[in-house]
Design a protein. Structure first.
Length: 103
């Protein structure tokens, strides 16, 4: 009788260990979930930084003319009255017109 109880307890112990290591909510699943949480935390940090930069840009656009002017110059190619626009082309050569055509 004692031997039967010991065998049942050993079998139950093995079953519980298998459940702990491989079953639902086991160590593997917990490790996988911890990795997913860490990846999400890193993504959230990068999105938070992006949100802060966008918020600063919105505040700058609402309160300051310099940001609006900078954006108009960079994105729309606008210049102030009286300014001269120069385009600097680096490392490219403009081909010469063909010699046989009249000028």
């Amino acid at each position: 009788m004692f031997r039967l109880i010991v065998l049942v307890l050993i079998g139950l112990f093995i079953l519980l260990q298998l459940q702990l290591w491989t079953g639902e909510g086991g160590r593997q699943e917990v490790a996988t979930l911890n990795e997913a949480v860490e990846r999400q935390r890193l993504e959230n940090e990068s999105l938070e930084e992006r949100n802060q930069a966008l918020e600063a840009e919105v505040v700058d656009l609402k309160e300051g003319e310099s940001a609006i002017e900078e954006r108009a110059r960079a994105e729309l190619g606008m210049i102030r009255p009286g300014e001269t626009f120069y385009r600097v082309v680096d490392g490219q050569r403009v081909p010469a017109p063909p010699e046989d055509q009249p000028r």
